[in-house]
Design a protein around this ligand. Structure first.
Ligand code: FAD
Length: 444
């Protein structure tokens, strides 16, 4: 039961909820957080039906910690993925460039999970509906813009899937509407177009035998052409096979920009598998891995330039709407969850007010903009660039190319910037203290 918070004379926050545009992982984590701290909210989601879309995604320990604090249990996560054990980069000759343990094995207090994005999404959706009721998510409602109200609050402009439209008032509007965010487009009308650096990805899932630790993330190849793969399910006890998520990637000439229509489309595996002909070792057969998938999706690796602020009075951006980033650091989904929790903490401290949004913006907008740029510069895959530059990608012993300390320092720098440095995370207090509730506004 959500406690009633008095917002202004005669009006409760229940009449004036926080409006969330977009019911992806970020929007749902925000709604679960607001529900936990006693703030009524409604999610307006453009799609007519929630379906388990997407393939693999990583939940870093900083995000798993927040999921646990939200009451998403280890057993829940075990149903949609598995704890990652290792992150490794391997050269084209099959020699290791870098490897490190991940999650609990690395010393974090929380595991890292490799999960099926669609199943995690449905898990968060089901938890929200179970806790807040079916009206918490309105499907087939696309937020097209907003109007800041004269006294306080905001009106969201909504187009329904049946062609009708709706205006609804709320205390705050959270733009969690992804990389093509309408809320962001209104907030920053002069923002540059989507940025594409030339990398093209094909994604799919194939049942296969997990290698190395059985739960290893492997990046194989060079800076301009690589395969990334990792299991997102434990092995089936009958067959020994896991669902292996893979991303095949090449870098093309981008001087003319992205010419295809749309950013995400299903393609035939034969359309791209030829880029990986001959990628066969005694421990891995890439052509067979690609051919084994039922279907594949093509999408260019895109992001947006960081913006100076995510806030416009009672409106704020979060998740991919705020900081769409290359997936090189495996932290887009994790950061969306952390955003939700930092936003919740600001609302606990400052109430359901623009001041809370300002505190959230101050804390994250600058540093996460830097993570976007780091990921654009290859993120942790930057080690592959260094190998390319120093030896053209072929080596016998990686120590002769990049000494161990330089490799370790490079990765430590990345992890610190992305918020998953081990000691800092383990020592950090809960983002939202147990049983905390949003403060009622002082001057209501
Ligand atoms: C269908 C889909 C599949 C994906 N698959 C993968 C994957 O396989 N691997 C991976 O690493 N990442 C994937 N991603 C991206 C990943 O989920 C995000 O980078 C990350 O989780 C951050 O989530 P987000 O909630 O901020 O944004 P998103 O996940 O993009 O969610 C945004 C949500 O807002 C909705 N929406 C968009 N515009 C509006 C609007 N104007 N009004 C209302 N609702 C709106 C969208 O339908 C979507 O549900 C996928 C995203 C989507 C939408």
């Amino acid at each position: 039961m959500v406690p009633t918070i008095f917002w202004s004379r005669g009006i409760t926050l229940k009449d004036n909820p926080v409006i969330i545009a977009g019911g992806g992982i970020g929007g749902l984590a925000t709604a679960l957080t607001l529900h936990q701290i006693g703030v009524p909210c409604v999610v307006y989601e453009a799609v007519r039906e929630m379906r388990p879309l997407g393939v693999g995604i990583n939940m870093q320990p900083n995000a798993v910690r927040e999921l646990y604090d939200l009451g998403v249990t280890q057993a829940d996560l075990d149903r949609v993925g598995l704890p990652a054990r290792e992150w490794a980069l391997v050269g084209l000759n099959g020699n290791d460039i870098y490897s490190e343990p991940r999650g609990l094995l690395a010393g974090y207090n929380w595991p890292q999970y490799a999960v099926h994005r669609g199943q995690l999404h449905m898990l968060l959706h089901d938890k929200l509906v179970e806790r807040a009721g079916p009206d918490a998510v309105r499907l087939g409602h696309r937020v097209s813009g907003y109007r800041k109200n004269a006294a306080s609050g905001v009106t969201a402009l909504i187009e329904r899937a049946d062609g009708s439209s709706l205006e609804t008032a709320g205390a705050l509007l959270v733009g969690a509407d992804g990389i093509h965010s309408a809320v962001r487009a209104q907030m920053h009308p002069a923002q540059p177009p989507i940025h594409w650096g030339g990398a093209l990805m094909w994604r799919g899932v194939t049942w296969g035998k997990p290698i190395r630790t059985g739960a290893s993330f492997v990046g194989l190849g060079t800076h301009r052409q690589r395969m990334v793969f990792y299991p997102i399910s434990p092995p089936d006890p009958r067959t020994g096979l896991s669902m292996i998520n893979w991303i095949a990637e090449v870098t093309l000439d981008n001087s003319e920009g992205w010419k295809q229509s749309g950013w995400f489309r299903q393609v035939a595996i034969a359309d791209f598998a030829h880029h990986f002909d001959g990628w066969v070792w005694d421990w891995l057969d890439v052509p067979a891995l690609l051919r084994g998938a039922d279907h594949a999706f093509e999408n260019p690796m895109i992001d947006r330039d960081p913006i100076p602020t995510w806030q416009d009075g009672p409106v704020v951006l979060m998740g991919d709407a705020a900081h769409p980033m290359y997936p090189t650091g495996s932290n887009g989904g994790s950061q969306a969850i952390v955003d939700a929790r930092v936003l919740g903490a600001a609302i606990v401290e400052h109430g359901v007010t623009p001041a809370a949004l300002e505190a959230f913006d101050k804390k994250l907008c600058g540093p996460i903009g830097q993570v976007v740029l780091r990921n654009r510069g290859a993120g942790p895959f930057g080690l592959l660039n260094m190998v390319d530059e120093r030896c053209g990608g072929t080596f016998d012993n990686i120590d002769d190319v990049i000494p161990p300390k330089e490799r370790a320092d490079f990765m430590a720098g990345y992890k610190a910037a992305a918020g998953f440095a081990i000691e800092a995370l383990n020592k950090a207090p809960r983002t939202i203290p147990d049983a905390a509730r949003a403060r009622a506004p002082q001057n209501a």
